[in-house]
Every structure is written in structure tokens, then in C-alpha cells.
Design a protein around this ligand. Structure first.
Ligand code: LLP
Length: 452
């Protein structure tokens, strides 16, 4: 089974904090022994807002969105970047995505509600999901979302009926599964033929779906969508999938006369969780996606479609860190040292769920060598509640601020209230200014939905 991040057999690297390089937020620096992000001292942030706390480097997020725009449009001007909100979404994030001129991918009614509350323009929203409920479809159509990505025959009928009842034609993309196995953890592969997502190409279902979409009066068939998986390092998987999907576009033209005007290739670009990780760059990713689509289309005499890409992780993962306070430290002779923090699997489930790798540092001793090996454990009631296993760390003691890097994607968005832990707040930092964009939950929040 593929692993997420680095090889699990790799030995701790004992790099200093700044030597963590691409793992860090782009504005990270060590000053007076402290870790600073966005021109703000993280030790001060922990003091002011309490821990656990997510801190996001706003400049880093903006730079990543700009790079995706730049390195795709460099090869073909008709490209849009659709940020995948499932990686991390809140109103402030939606506004930032809008300010950078990007689209937004939502995967539930809840994400749509947040986007609309932030004033995000509905026509720039792409709605996803393999089992959108009738209310979610209704909300999307009534809001006027720019695209619904249809995932089943039943859904096509539902969209058609809901749209017709409202006197509109809903723009739709058909999600296809190209049958390519991406080189990543099997839980986050999505385009194999045995998948709950989309319509298979080899079994002819995708073809049936396009024919159906074209025939329905409430549906404005725009094109195709694919998403082969997440945390992908090897761009060859994208190239293979694109070749298959453009072949399908030709088949559609030849058999139905219908031109596929849009192609959305999904997300999936991997990031560095540890120093040995060497993901492809946004520049390389943009070139493979856009050049391959152009080349295959030109070879088959097809017009190059409006291209959309949906990066999530590569936009926000390295921008974010989690700050904790060190609590109990337990030395188990000849086995390992557990450093327990005031959070854990409730704010970062990825280590327990996928065996993900994370690098920590002590933010108030960031200039000191990370010369011990510890396991950073959470405070929750199970042994699997660990954040980082056998990783280098400075000498530490209770009360230190422990920072875990690369937690900007799929941590806050997958957080839970297990053990009735309140979920952390989120602070955006930029140019020396910190702004709280999501406040920490309170005990009252935990009981908000309960009847008296
Ligand atoms: N588009 C679609 C349709 C997706 O399903 C996803 C992610 C993306 C875009 C964004 O992919 P990204 O660029 O972030 O790889 N919880 C897992 C990741 C699940 C990804 C689900 N879909 C994790 O923590 O690694």
C-alpha cells in the first residue's frame, strides 16, 4: 500500500527548524529563538489565542493560488483554478480565493452555505459529491452555482427535474473515472474502476451519461470532470488519465457530434510533509496538465476545451501549522518518549487515519537543534491518538509551545469533537498582523444543538 508523505522506514533527519525547507510556511523565520510566521511571533500567538491553534500564512496561500494561475495560463489562457474547499474552508478563506480570481469547489451543502455567506459568487462555484441529497441539489440550483458535477444517472434526472421546475438550464459536468491507479494511499485514490465516484469509461457508462445529459432539457452539458486521487507525486498518472479522457472526448464527438467545451482535471498535487518528500512543482504540474490536454486535442482535431484544475492540499497544506502546549512527558525506558499535547486526533486525524508523517518543532526554542527523538501524542482516550511518531525534537518541557508543520490541509476540515474536545480557532497571519478568522469553540458550543 502506498503511504502518505515519506517512507515510514526513513530515519529521523535531525534537521534544524529552518532546514525543513519546503515543509515550512513560506514566511517562516527564526528570530530571537522563536518561530515567526507572517511577521508574527508564534509564541505570542499561543499566548494570545490559546492552544491548540491553527495558524495560516496568508501570503503563502495567495502565492500558491497565483502560481497555479500563472503556470497553467502560461501554456493556455483559458484555464481556471478552482480551489478545493474540502482541504480547508471558512468565510475568510473563501474571500481570499475570490480576491485571487479563483473559482471554488464545494462538496456539500455546508460548504456551499459557507461560500454563499462569504459572498462568493455562485457562478464561480463547482458543486461536487457522489451522493448529493435532493436538498443539496436544490440549494445549489437555487443559488445558481456555475457547475454541478454529476456523478450518477439518478442525479442527472434529479438535476433535470429541479432545474426545469425553476425554469433554468443547469450547467453540468459529467464525472468520469479514467481507470488510472494513482500512486498514493489507497484511501485517497478515486479513479480506479472499482470506485464509488463517477461513471466508468471502459464499461460504457460514461458514454450513456453524456448521451443522457445532452438529451435532458434542464441540463446544459458543458463537459467532463475527473479526479484521480490526492497527494500524488508522479505526474505520469495525470498524463495517463488525460490521454484516456481526451480519447473519450473524441469518441463523444464522433458518435454524438457533441463538442466537450470544458475539462476539469480535479486536484491531487502532492506536498512535502517531511524533508525527503520531493513533490512535483506547480510549474511542472501546470505544464503536464495543460500541454497534454492541448497536445491530445490537437492530435485528434478537437478544439482545446476550457480547462479547470481543483487544487486543495497544494494551496493550503504547508501554509498552515498547529500550535500546542506541551503537557505530560513520559519516558518509557528503551522504548520511546511520549510528549503529550493539548490536542491530537481531534484536530489532526491524518496520522491515525493514514499513518501520515509530520515534523514538529518547539516554537520557543526554534533555534536549538532538534536532537532528541520523541512521539508527539494527543490527549484523547486511545493509543492511536498520535500526531507525529518517532520524530526529532528539541529538548522540551511542560509549557513549551510545540508547533506541527504542514497541517493547513485536511486537519481543521476533518476535526472532530471526540472526548468533547472543543475545536481550535484559526488565525491568519500576514505582514506582522494576526487576525482570528475562526474562534475556538466553547463548552456552550458543544451543547448548542442539545435540547434542554
Ligand atoms: N477535487 C475533487 C473532486 C476532490 O475529491 C478532491 C479531494 C480535490 C479536488 C482536491 O484534491 P487535493 O488537491 O487536495 O489533493 N482527507 C484526505 C484527502 C482527501 C481528498 C479528497 N478529495 C487527506 O487528508 O489526505
Amino acid at each position: 500500500m502506498a503511504h502518505i508523505g515519506r517512507n515510514p522506514d526513513a530515519k529521523p533527519d535531525f534537521k534544524t527548524t529552518m532546514e525543513l525547507g519546503a515543509v515550512l510556511p513560506q514566511t517562516a523565520e527564526v528570530k530571537d529563538g522563536h518561530l515567526w510566521i507572517g511577521g508574527v511571533d508564534t509564541v505570542e500567538l499561543a499566548r494570545e489565542f490559546g492552544t491548540a491553534l491553527y495558524v495560516m500564512d496568508e501570503e503563502h496561500i495567495r502565492t500558491q493560488l497565483r502560481k497555479f494561475l500563472e503556470w497553467t495560463r502560461y501554456h493556455w489562457e483559458d484555464v481556471d483554478v478552482v480551489y478545493a474547499g474540502k482541504a480547508f474552508i471558512c468565510k475568510a478563506m473563501c474571500r481570499l480565493v475570490q480576491e485571487e480570481g479563483c473559482y471554488l469547489d464545494v462538496s456539500s451543502g455546508g460548504e456551499l452555505a459557507i461560500a454563499l455567506a462569504a459572498g462568493f459568487p455562485a457562478e464561480r462555484i463547482v458543486s461536487h459529491g457522489n451522493n448529493k441529497t435532493i436538498s443539496e441539489l436544490t440549494e445549489a440550483i437555487e443559488a445558481g452555482v456555475g457547475r454541478i458535477v454529476a456523478d450518477s444517472f439518478e442525479e442527472l434526472d434529479r438535476i433535470d427535474q429541479l432545474a426545469q421546475a425553476r425554469g433554468v438550464r443547469q450547467p453540468v459536468l459529467i464525472r468520469v473515472t479514467p481507470g488510472v491507479i494513482a500512486d498514493t494511499h489507497e484511501y485517497i485514490q478515486t479513479a480506479a474502476e472499482d470506485s464509488k465516484f463517477g461513471f466508468g469509461l471502459r464499461d460504457g457508462l460514461a458514454h450513456e451519461a453524456v448521451k443522457k445529459a445532452v438529451s435532458l432539457p434542464g441540463i446544459d452539458f458543458r463537459g467532463l470532470h475527473m479526479h484521480i486521487g490526492s497527494q500524488i507525486f508522479v505526474l505520469n498518472s495525470f498524463a495517463k488519465a488525460i490521454e484516456v479522457v481526451v480519447g473519450f472526448m473524441e469518441e463523444i464527438r464522433d458518435q454524438t457530434g457533441c463538442v466537450v467545451a470544458e475539462l476539469d482535471t480535479g486536484g491531487g498535487l502532492g506536498i512535502a510533509y517531511g524533508v525527503p518528500d520531493e513533490p512535483s512543482t506547480i510549474e511542472q504540474f501546470g505544464k503536464v496538465i495543460v500541454d497534454d490536454i492541448k497536445e491530445h486535442c490537437e492530435r485528434r482535431g478537437l478544439p482545446v476545451p476550457h480547462i479547470m484544475i481543483e487544487p486543495g492540499r497544494a494551496v493550503v497544506a504547508n501554509a498552515g501549522v498547529t500550535l500546542y502546549t506541551v503537557g505530560i512527558i513520559k519516558h518509557i525506558p528503551n522504548i520511546r518518549t511520549y510528549v503529550a499535547v493539548d490536542g491530537g486526533m481531534t484536530d489532526n486525524i491524518r496520522t491515525a487515519l493514514y499513518g501520515a508523517h509530520y515534523e514538529p518543532t518547539i516554537a520557543n526554542r526554534a533555534d536549538q537543534p532538534r536532537d532528541t527523538v520523541v512521539t508527539v501524542a494527543g490527549k484523547h482516550c486511545e493509543s492511536g491518538d498520535v500526531v507525529a511518531i518517532d520524530v526529532p525534537l528539541q529538548q522540551t518541557q511542560a509549557g513549551d509551545v510545540l508547533c506541527v508543520f504542514a497541517t493547513g490541509a485536511y486537519c481543521q476540515s476533518m476535526a472532530s469533537n471526540y472526548n468533547k474536545q472543543v475545536r481550535p480557532g484559526v488565525v491568519f497571519v500576514r505582514d506582522g498582523i494576526a487576525r482570528l478568522v475562526v474562534r475556538r469553540e466553547t463548552y456552550e458550543d458543544l451543547m448548542r444543538c442539545e435540547s434542554a
